[in-house]
Design a protein around this ligand. Structure first.
Ligand SMILES: *[C@@H]1O[C@H](CO)[C@@H](O)[C@H](O)[C@H]1NC(C)=O
Ligand SMILES: *[C@@H]1O[C@H](CO)[C@@H](O)[C@H](O)[C@H]1NC(C)=O
Length: 400
């Protein structure tokens, strides 16, 4: 990888230590902020002077050298600018990769998806052209939206047959035919169907969670420090992150999705363990590849470098359906052991210096694994759009 760093590529370097000093030299502001000492190192957070950071990507192909406090150097390459994506080869060591796989196996890997409780609310029928009947394409969209399951035409026809919905076999569901249509019956059918065809779910993988602030794991601690240095955010914020190890087998994939939600002031950000009536707020994603995949398993960004995003169009073209459409995506990052890729799910709000609008171009997912298996870890740096909520959390963490 590093051989790519040839003459035509700009090499920008910065001395990280200097940045640390500039960022955290806030002791004189005691009344507006707080300082604490950990391992003999003083970390200060000032309400006035502490903002989220966003690394400058420059141009595609630019390489930034990052000098770590432990004497090691990392090479960070700008892979893309819309969305901004960085790649750092050898972010982890082989031992660290294997350690995370072992820890996750010891915790126990569980199926990644939970079935959606859509039927309680009913499902929205996607009659796109308003002709009061559902074509096969419209039924597929209805099921994608309602149940997060990606069917083919023949799957839908089979469902009609077994559920006796489409009585005249014309592949259209009319209003009359809908009268006997029960979302609950369909949910039950699809739930059984998924057991036979787990790859039709938007997500087919197993996962385990690790929580930085609850961990006494030395390896994990070192990796967190490295993340903190690379993204230039203090350890206290890193420790509020979520870390998830994911394993994909053959056909394992994750259709394209956003890692965070649009800001809606009336709804709170989810806390750990609380995932209903809240929105997911993740400022950044750092994705680690923990092994080499024999074939497939790239991370794909379907909206990368598009002039604009037309949601109706992308919906109809099923661009998020990476299980089928990965090859159509320009920005695909191959899974390579030890590598990290980093992106910002949100922009910074200029008026607050804190988490702002979501960057919809970060829509991404995992292409199907064709041979071998795939292990990754997701490190999500979680913040709220309201700065004071995060600062309170950091204070609580530091007082512990
Ligand atoms: C998006 O695409 C649809 C379908 O092609 C089209 O009808 C609509 O005008 C487009 N919207 C915008 C904002 O371009
Ligand atoms: C943090 O962001 C706010 C709002 O944009 C700005 O006024 C302030 O100067 C920033 N602080 C630093 C240290 O950059």
């Amino acid at each position: 990888m590093l051989l790519k760093m040839s003459a035509q590529k700009k090499i920008c370097s910065f001395v990280f230590l200097l940045t640390i000093i500039l960022m955290f030299n806030a002791e004189e502001n005691e009344e507006d902020g707080f300082c604490y000492k950990k391992d003999g190192v003083s970390e200060c957070v000032s309400l006035q002077n502490f903002n989220l950071t966003r690394l400058d990507g420059g141009q595609v192909g630019d390489i930034t050298e990052i000098f770590l406090q432990d004497g090691k150097t990392l090479q960070m390459e700008t892979l893309n600018t819309r969305p901004l994506v960085f790649e750092i080869p050898d972010f982890l060591s082989d031992e660290e990769c294997e350690h995370f796989i072992n820890v996750a196996n010891n915790i126990g890997m569980k199926a990644s998806y939970t079935e959606r409780q859509t039927t309680q609310k009913g499902i929205s029928l996607m009659d796109i052209n308003s002709d009061k009947k559902l074509s096969l394409a419209e039924m597929k969209l209805t099921i994608e939206n309602g149940f997060d399951i990606y069917l083919e035409d023949e799957d839908v026809i089979e469902m009609y047959k077994l559920m006796k919905i489409d009585t005249n076999n014309d592949n259209f569901i009319t209003q009359a035919e809908m009268k006997d249509f029960s979302p609950q019956k369909m949910a039950n059918y699809l739930s059984d169907f998924l057991k036979e065809h787990p790859e039709k779910h938007s997500r087919y993988s197993k996962q385990a969670w690790l929580y930085p602030d609850q961990s006494t794991d030395e390896v994990f601690n070192l990796v967190q420090k490295r993340v903190s240095e690379v993204v230039q955010l203090p350890m206290s914020l890193i420790q509020l992150s979520d870390f998830q190890v994911v394993n994909y087998g053959i056909n394992g994939h994750y259709n394209a999705h956003l890692d965070s939600s649009h800001i809606r002031k009336e709804q709170q950000c989810c806390d750990r363990g609380r995932y209903s009536k809240c929105r997911i707020c993740r400022y950044m994603t750092i994705l680690f590849y923990l092994n080499d995949v024999d074939d497939g398993g790239e991370t794909a960004f379907p909206f990368a470098n598009k002039d604009s995003i037309n949601h109706t169009n992308s919906h109809l073209n099923r661009v998020q359906h990476l299980y089928k459409k990965c090859h159509e995506v320009d920005l695909r990052v191959p899974a390579e052991k030890r590598k990290a890729i980093i992106w910002y799910n949100h922009f910074i709000d200029e008026s607050t210096g804190w988490m702002g609008d979501i960057d919809e171009y970060t829509l991404h997912g995992g292409c199907p694994v064709k041979a071998g298996e795939k292990w990754i870890a997701n490190f999500w740096i979680k913040t709220n759009d309201e700065k004071s909520i995060d600062l309170d959390k950091i204070k609580n963490l530091l007082m512990k």
